[in-house]
Design a protein around this ligand. Structure first.
Ligand code: NAD
Ligand code: TDX
Length: 332
């Protein structure tokens, strides 16, 4: 049994990981989360109080972080500003949390010699051409496009430097696009599902040809636990489940699964600098650490996600109007 500190554990993927840890291990967990607009205590509802506690605070608060590292056997770092569109509107919080926040955790890991796993994204590698069969590997050069992905790339490079320069015991994972329950309605799939539930037409950026490599959040969590258990210090692991789909196909599938005509959506203003395609080659994680995904049927995973949003309007409704007003102000 170990005690884990999970930063950003009230967000979409962090809360999924906390539920996963409680279900599959006997570890205890402290969540450190600032509860920004993206954090939601309700995502941790139902977890046993004797195994999970929530500390509301900022990962860039060195004193608070130091006290929490004192008690942790390992730290899993999810906390981030995570939305590309927000980073195009106001980049500053992305620097504060993704760069300075990660730096603050690394300094604490160095002081306490604490094992740290850093959660990152495939977006650090930039994008691939639509007609290129190549996929990202651990050797793909960094080439981020947006303020969000550049701050994530910066945070990864800080982790690598702290491993090499100070012997910090860290690993990194770069995962592709996640879907599943508890994802904020600003993101593509929940936005479209909740639009349909509200009688609003789904909104596709540009032509909708951009490709994302979808993985269920449960599979991301099982991969992170595998890396925490078996990963080699200093190594990077790419996490993906061979789920490439273009955005148009996803919107059409959502509409069809929800009983609407598949063309009942609008094309809206494209995202500035919109990455064309992401695709992950996760051979290293699969062969070296023996991980594999359990969700192999995207349509079934999407249908279950739609059911979750249908049944949990109280969870997402408070954020919906504000998100749509923000997008409307951008012509999206
Ligand atoms: P999210 O926006 O849903 O959650 C982020 C969480 O971090 C929130 O609970 C928020 O309150 C918290 N947070 C933000 N700033 C903080 C701060 N300064 N101190 C403490 N807590 C803070 O994000 P997500 O989609 O769950 O992403 C989690 C991590 O996974 C991020 O590091 C992201 O880069 C990475 N990632 C996400 C995806 C994806 O598809 N969503 C894919 C690959 C990697
Ligand atoms: O309304 C929309 N219409 C649309 O066409 C929205 C919100 C998005 N899109 C497009 C943009 C992308 O091509 O859908 C795709 C997915 O968009 P997002 O959900 O914003 O995700 P993305 O920008 O790909 O980044 C996500 O995956 C990698 C996460 O938000 C990041 O945190 C993660 O690092």
């Amino acid at each position: 049994m170990a005690h884990l500190l999970v930063t950003g554990g009230a967000g979409f993927i962090g809360s999924n990981f906390v539920h996963h840890v409680v279900a599959h291990t006997d570890h205890t967990v402290t969540v450190l989360d600032k509860l920004t607009y993206a954090g939601n205590e309700a995502s941790l509802a139902g977890l046993p109080e004797d195994r999970v506690d929530l500390v509301v605070g900022d990962i860039a608060d060195a004193e608070l972080v130091d006290g929490l590292f004192e008690k942790a056997d390992a730290v899993v770092h999810y906390a981030a500003e995570s939305h590309n569109d927000n980073s195009l509107h106001d980049p500053r919080p992305f620097l504060d949390t993704n760069i300075i926040g990660t730096y603050t955790l690394l300094e604490a890991a160095r002081r306490h010699d604490t094992r740290l796993h850093h959660i990152s994204t495939d977006e650090v590698y930039g994008d691939l051409e639509l007609d290129d069969p190549a996929r990202f590997t651990e050797h793909t050069p960094y080439n981020p496009s947006s303020p969000y992905s550049s701050t994530k790339a910066g945070s990864d490079l800080l982790v690598r430097a702290w491993v090499r320069s100070f012997g910090v015991r860290a690993t990194i994972s770069n995962c592709s696009n996640n879907y599943g329950p508890y994802q904020h309605v600003e993101k593509f799939i929940p936005r479209q599902i909740t639009n349909v539930l509200r009688g609003i037409r789904p909104k596709l950026y540009g032509k909708g040809e951009n490709v994302r490599d979808w993985i269920h959040a449960d599979d991301h969590s099982s991969a992170v636990l595998t890396i925490l258990d078996k990963g080699e210090i200093g190594e990077t692991y790419l996490i993906g489940a061979d789920g490439e789909k273009d955005n148009k196909t996803v919107v059409e599938l959502i509409l069809q699964l929800m009983g609407h005509s598949p063309d009942a959506y609008d094309h809206v203003t494209d995202r500035a600098g919109h990455d064309l395609r992401y695709a992950i080659d996760s051979t290293k994680l699969r062969t070296e650490l023996g991980w594999s995904p359990t969700y192999r049927d995207f349509e079934a995973g999407l249908a279950a996600t739609i059911d979750w949003y249908r049944a949990n309007e109280a969870w997402w409704a408070p954020a919906k109007d504000g998100v749509e007003a923000f997008y409307a102000s951008k012509g999206q």
